[in-house]
Write a protein that binds this ligand. Structure first.
Ligand code: HMG
Ligand code: MG
Length: 293
């Protein structure tokens, strides 16, 4: 299994305390020595929208690049792509959703508008030799629209692939999916496209991230996102809590005889760099009356 460590981006975008740039750099450098295949280092998004990651360029400048590790970042538009080029990223990720409401709240445009925006970004990244990932958020549930139909997700995945995106990450933004729902989506998706172009990105609000990842395994999916210590969430998805913890994913895979090459102690060492700044809300339930309950 290829493990994509998203803690420095998905985790730190959601921290209320300000994490100093030096601590982020130390976190990424320690993660680089853990054996993960890829690290999503930060996001070149608007600092008005996500102030927590406004130092993305400085973080990229400060980290040490290790052989065999891919250093990626989110880009929502051309401005983000230019900043990513300047930072010499290895890979960029665009992001949209299967739900119109979440898409508007997160990137201020419709799904069609996002795809239109991504077409020239994907072409320019491709010309520069960078692989492009596309996220499909709210692939199971949306905090605003409720249950999302699998066919709506398949449509967005196909549209992303049609514009030349190499890898699509099916994302359970609010961590509400069940293994049955994962199977229902993959039953529809996998006959239409190669499993090696699909990654899974589970948040762990209800503690089902590991089960959901294991449900994707028989479909041939071999890329999984996780965050050290289960850091994470999305500031524009009320109630979304952290990603499935990298250590939990590694432990579950190893229990099934799958060697990940990831050292769990090193993940813990990496987290120590963030200890003074963390507000630990992992597995905290959404507030009463929230659409998630
Ligand atoms: P907008 O307000 O429509 O854009 O936002 P705009 O073009 O009008 O720009 C507004 C201001 O931001 C301007 O500054 C721009 O220059 C600036 P001003 O002139 O007002 O001072 N700006 C930028 N600055 C730096 N870098 C940029 C950039 N773009 C604009 N790239 C926009 C549209 C897409 C920019 C905004 O909505 C945005 O940045 N959204 C990002 C939200 C976000 O990061 N959400 C979390 C990540 S997604 C996620 O967590 C889900 C995921 O984990 C999967 C899952 O779990 O589901 C991936
Ligand atoms: Mg996420």
């Amino acid at each position: 299994m290829r493990i994509v460590e998203v803690g420095p981006r998905d985790g730190l975008q959601n921290e209320t305390a300000t994490v100093p740039t030096a601590a982020k750099i130390a976190f990424v450098d320690a993660l680089s020595q853990s054996g993960v295949a890829e690290i999503e280092v930060s996001a070149f998004v608007s600092p008005r929208w996500v102030p927590q990651l406004s130092d993305a360029s400085e973080v990229f400048q400060g980290i040490t690049r290790y052989n065999g590790v891919l250093y990626s970042a989110l880009v929502p538009n051309r401005k983000g792509l230019d900043r990513a080029f300047a930072a010499e990223v290895d890979k960029v990720s665009v992001f949209t959703a299967a739900s119109e409401t979440f898409n508007q709240k997160n990137i201020n445009t419709s799904i069609a508008g996002a795809l239109q925006r991504f077409r020239p970004i994907t072409a320019a990244a491709g010309e520069a030799g960078l692989p492009v990932r596309g996220y499909v958020s709210t692939a199971f549930w949306c905090a605003f629209e409720g249950k999302i139909a699998p066919r709506a997700v398949v449509r967005v995945v196909e549209q992303l692939m049609d514009i030349g995106i190499a890898e699509v990450a099916i994302s359970d933004t609010i961590g509400k999916a069940t293994p049955d729902e994962v199977r229902r989506l993959l039953d529809l998706l996998i006959p239409r496209m190669a499993a090696d172009r699909i990654a899974v990105h589970f948040h762990d609000t209800y503690g089902r991230g590991v089960e959901n990842m294991l449900a994707a395994w028989p479909y041939g999916i071999r890329t999984v996102d996780a965050s050290a210590g289960g850091l994470g969430g999305c500031p524009y998805a009320p109630g979304a809590s952290g990603n499935v913890a990298t250590g939990d994913v590694v432990a579950a895979l190893e229990a099934h005889g799958v060697n990940t090459g990831v050292n769990r102690r090193q993940l813990d060492r990496a987290l120590e760099h963030l200890a003074p700044y963390r507000t630990d809300d992992r597995r905290k339930l959404p507030p009463d009356g929230s659409p998630l309950c």
